[in-house]
Ligand binder design. Structure first.
Ligand code: PEP
Ligand code: MN
Length: 339
């Protein structure tokens, strides 16, 4: 059960409400986000919400039987729109394009990618400065100094920064230079990290875990939301299956399913999803047709020389073509009014 509280509810009214819900046999957790206050009641017993619905201080009350609640569409049918400022949004009915290298490598590289994005009307740049690498001997990123450098160049050009946060201690130092905190597939269930990101008033994009279910992804998002931060984006980036022919299995089924279960925007990462450069464009366009609100992909001036994930990275010519096709495909999807 989700009880949305009125802004002007008194402490006394709230306590009496909590007591009443407890008496029904429900355990109550208070949730305060940057946008609203809620009481989440967890319990099994069926009861008539009219019994408490009339009480003072209640804005609305909803029964949500799913394990995740605040990220569910069952109480908030209106899609969540992420406003990054300067006219940049990630939202339902729109097509966000986020492109950039797997890793931020140098000042020269940043300038080149930013120039490429600007020339193609792309307003959001991805790139890792803290890289989760399977081998400790692989390039692990430029760290916070790389992020500062990137920010100084991107900011001037009106480009928003999407970058991975790997641990709690990085949240604060990254804050001034980050527009979207990316939670990587290896950290989807790092619950301490999710808790702390709940306290931040910047957008968080949560990638699906390497072997994570759709339900688990939604519960990870619930951690951040119930921690206080409603600015959330879900990302399908492929899961590990028995299939070895591709790096991961991009589960495009997840897109319409997530969109139907949650009010949060959903974006697709075809680069990690298939892991093979020549097939990234078609999977990106398939993601658009599946109903995604955005696509995030890897691009680099010379993919063969990229410090990480070169095998799945598009060069600038391919990226320019893909951005154009993403927009055309999205226009087609809209004209079909598929979703
Ligand atoms: C990345 O975006 O470069 C990355 C490491 O992604 P994932 O967490 O999906 O593997
Ligand atoms: Mn990568």
């Amino acid at each position: 059960m989700i009880i949305q509280l009125k802004e002007d509810i008194s402490e006394k009214q709230k306590q009496s409400l909590i007591q009443e819900v407890n008496e029904i046999g429900y355990k109550v957790t208070e949730v305060k986000t940057q946008l609203g206050d809620y009481l989440i009641g967890i319990g099994k017993k069926a009861f008539d919400i009219r019994k408490i619905g009339h009480k003072d201080g209640i804005k609305d009350i909803h029964i949500v039987s799913d394990e995740y609640k605040l990220v569910s569409k069952k109480w908030k049918a209106k899609p969540t729109s992420i406003d990054l400022g300067d006219g940049v949004f990630i939202k339902d009915g729109d097509m966000a394009i986020i492109a950039g290298p797997c890793s931020i490598e140098s000042e020269e590289q940043i300038h080149k990618v930013v120039g490429h994005l600007k020339a193609n009307g792309i307003r959001m740049m991805r790139g890792g400065v803290f890289k989760p690498r399977t081998s400790p001997y692989a390039f692990r990123g430029m760290g916070i100094d790389g992020l500062k450098l990137w920010y100084s160049i991107a900011k001037e050009q009106g480009i928003k920064i999407v970058t991975e946060v790997m641990q709690v201690s990085q949240i604060e130092e990254m804050y001034p230079y980050t527009d979207i905190y990316q939670v990587g597939a290896r950290n989807t269930q790092n619950f301490n990290l999710l808790d702390e990101l709940g306290k931040v008033d910047k957008a968080v994009m949560i990638k699906r875990g390497i072997s994570g279910t759709i339900e688990e992804l939604l519960q990870s998002a619930e951690y951040v939301f119930s921690g206080g931060n409603e600015k959330l984006i879900l990302c399908e980036r492929g899961i590990r299956t028995y299939e070895k022919a591709s790096r991961n299995t991009l589960d495009l089924n997840a897109v319409p399913i997530l969109k139907s279960k949650s009010h949060l925007p959903v974006i697709v990462d075809p680069s990690h999803g298939i892991g093979i450069r020549e097939f990234v464009p078609q999977m990106a366009l398939a993601g658009v047709m599946a109903g995604a609100d955005g696509i995030i992909y890897e691009t680099h001036e010379v993919p063969e020389k990229a410090y990480s994930d070169g095998q799945q990275t598009l060069d600038f010519a391919q990226s320019a073509l893909l951005a154009d096709w993403i927009r055309k495909t999205f226009a087609m999807r809209k004209s079909f009014d598929l979703l």
